[in-house]
Design a binder for this molecule. Structure first.
Ligand code: SAH
Length: 228
């Protein structure tokens, strides 16, 4: 119901929050969850999450929650995207592999920070839609592939950084092998219906160092290509 003085465009805007306010709230939520790296915050300010969330849930694109996307998958929570990106710490000369394109949002954030981003998903439809979005947004340093990412992307290896956005029971061997010495991989590890932990792996001259970052919840890393 609209009473006296209500219902003007201006006041509706204030109630719904202007774009600037929405952006401020979005960045505030990131900071309050520990995303403090200036470059990561700038990248997440530059990439509009609203472009990656379609349909029913579009109105919640700026909330710090995971949301459903096509093929029964999810776009990760922004603060988790921020923390993973921060832990990965990609540099401007880095070649990055992302396993699990999903909506494409995480790859788009990485594209602001790295030289080139290769992103793979087992669902053709997700790769097709993300690829179209990257073109529309002019994100020309992202290369998409339909592939089972547990085997990495041998043709482009080694990678300076590898980010896995689906949970594996262990960090997949081929991904460890495709990580350059001095490189960093961030991967959620654990069974899909249990608590998973975000692990940071650093490849050293002697082998691999593992650090447990925090508890997370991701969809599982599945074998083979999907039907769609
Ligand atoms: N990074 C995404 C969210 C990923 S959800 C985003 O920003 O929106 C996890 C994705 O991993 C899903 O799209 C799922 O299809 C994909 N996935 C699961 N197992 C995979 C595998 N073996 N190879 C490639 N992609 C896989």
């Amino acid at each position: 119901m609209s009473g006296p003085g209500e219902g003007t465009g201006g006041e509706d805007d204030i109630e719904a929050g202007t774009e600037a306010e929405r952006k401020m709230r979005f960045l505030f939520a990131l900071r309050s969850h520990g995303v403090t790296d200036r470059r990561v915050l700038e990248a997440m300010e530059a990439i509009d999450r609203g472009a990656f969330v379609k349909g029913l849930f579009a109105g919640r694109a700026y909330d710090d929650v995971p949301l459903p996307i096509a093929c029964g998958q999810t776009i990760s929570q922004p603060s988790v995207v921020g923390l993973m990106t921060q832990a990965l710490n990609p540099g401007p000369r880095d070649k990055v592999l992302e396993v699990g394109t999903g909506s494409g949002y995480q790859a788009a954030v990485l594209s602001q920070l790295a030289r080139r981003v290769y992103t793979v998903d087992r669902h053709r439809r997700l790769v097709r839609e993300a690829d179209a979005l990257f073109r529309a947004l002019g994100l020309t340093n992202i290369v998409t592939r339909v592939a089972d990412g547990s085997f990495g992307l041998a043709e482009q290896a080694p990678f300076d950084r590898i980010l896995v956005t689906a949970a594996a029971e262990d960090p997949p061997g081929p991904l460890l092998a495709q990580l350059r010495e001095g490189g960093i991989m961030v991967v959620p590890v654990g069974q899909s219906d249990h608590v998973q932990h975000l692990i940071k792996v650093v490849r050293t001259p002697a082998g691999y160092d593992y650090e447990e970052l925090r508890a997370v919840r991701f969809v599982p890393l599945l074998e083979g290509l999907a039907e769609d």
